[in-house]
Design a protein around this ligand. Structure first.
Ligand SMILES: [Fe+2]
Length: 369
């Protein structure tokens, strides 16, 4: 049986009931402020002048990455391992590292004064409910992603653009996936349509260094930032070696599996996919990776201006071909594009479907698991 040393009884009950837990001070401090130090150089914007902030919402690429056990405090790492039933069940390399792919919610002049007037954003009016699965075909038992993680790189204030979570949407997602054994290819609007009518919403609020561990089937959305500051998070995942087993003879389900069984109101589920499994290039990574060149140029120019060697900028993209290949492998950038291509341009808000290749053809060369 899975042994729980780090997850308290309260943690386990909270995860089963609400689909998420908060872990305060989860990040080793050497990966907080030091990784944030060159954020504004990467952006080419002025932290003290919101008129230079070009976007309301921005997803950045990853330059630095370290294994989770080094990145997290021992307690946070222990909780992550236990929630999936042990480190040995995690994928040996895919998304096995945490990194500095920041997601920034800058707010906007159009929300000026709303927080001060006591107004709150309405989670039912959010525009981007989804689950994170843009790199594989989603089945009920898929564990290409088991946990969607949200690490806070700034304090996330009330009304300050924290992610909306829809706790009572998990049963609808599970039911839909059980009814669709053929699986879903990203994008998948129909899977989460019910989320907008749900009732149990939570908006993330927390301190720099906190971690929110969320179940992969918990729908979530970006939220408007009613306060004019740059809210910064990262949003990596825990991928599993094998798919979930919802029919264990010994009943030793991990907490991710227990959430699914609870949502379906059953103690076991026999599930057989009717199509092949599929792993693909992450559809929403393309436009982030497209930023690498300009960010590198800004960081290197900054080093030059300071009299430092521009080749010593800390980025995997300057570590040689082998390091870049490893990085690609860890993040799925070595995979072929899936049946719906990739999103070529975007900010990551909502589902922006630009699902074609440069020449408007689709390359149907899936990698079957
Ligand atoms: Fe997401």
């Amino acid at each position: 049986m899975i042994d729980y040393k780090y997850l308290t009884e309260e943690d386990r009950a909270h995860f089963l009931e609400r689909g998420w837990i908060q872990v305060p001070n989860a990040v080793n401090p050497q990966y907080l402020d030091p990784w944030m130090e060159n954020l504004w150089v990467r952006l080419g914007e002025d932290p003290n002048d919101p008129s230079t902030w070009k976007e309301e919402y921005l997803k950045m690429p990853r330059h630095r990455e370290v294994p989770y056990e080094e990145y997290c405090t021992p307690e946070a790492w222990g909780k992550l391992c236990e929630i999936v039933g042990g480190e040995n069940r995690m994928h040996p390399y895919r998304e096995r590292y945490a990194g500095d792919q920041f997601i920034i919610n800058f707010g906007s002049d159009k929300y000026d004064g709303l927080h001060e007037k006591g107004e709150k954003p309405d989670p039912q009016q959010a525009t981007g409910y989804h689950i994170d699965n843009d790199w594989y075909r989603q089945f009920l038992d898929s564990a290409g992603n088991a946990l969607t993680l949200i690490f806070l790189y700034t304090d996330v204030l009330e009304n300050g653009g924290g992610t909306f979570l829809v706790e009572d949407a998990i049963p609808g997602v599970c039911k839909y996936l059980e009814d669709h054994p053929e699986g879903l290819d990203h994008p998948y609007d129909e899977l989460v349509q019910h989320a907008y009518q749900c009732k149990k919403f939570t908006q993330i609020v927390g301190k720099k260094g906190d971690l929110f561990i969320t179940h992969q089937l918990l729908p979530h959305s970006h939220a408007p930032n009613y306060r004019r500051y740059a809210r910064v998070i990262t949003n990596p995942h825990i991928n599993m070696r094998e798919n979930h087993n919802l029919d264990r003879a010994d009943g030793d389900y991990n907490l991710c599996e227990q959430v699914i069984l609870k949502a379906l109101g059953r103690d076991h589920v026999s599930f057989t996919p009717t199509r092949d499994r599929l792993i693909q290039y992450p559809r929403t990574a393309f436009f982030k990776v497209a930023r690498v060149k300009e960010e590198l140029a800004r960081m290197q120019a900054d080093f030059e201006a300071k009299g430092l060697d521009p080749e010593s900028v800390d980025s995997v993209y300057l570590r040689g071909e082998n390091a870049v290949q490893e990085h690609k492998k860890r993040n799925g950038y070595d995979k072929e594009w899936g049946p719906n291509g990739v999103i070529q341009k975007g900010t990551g808000i909502g589902v922006e479907v630009r699902a074609v290749h440069d020449d408007d053809t689709v390359i149907p060369s899936p990698v079957v698991q």
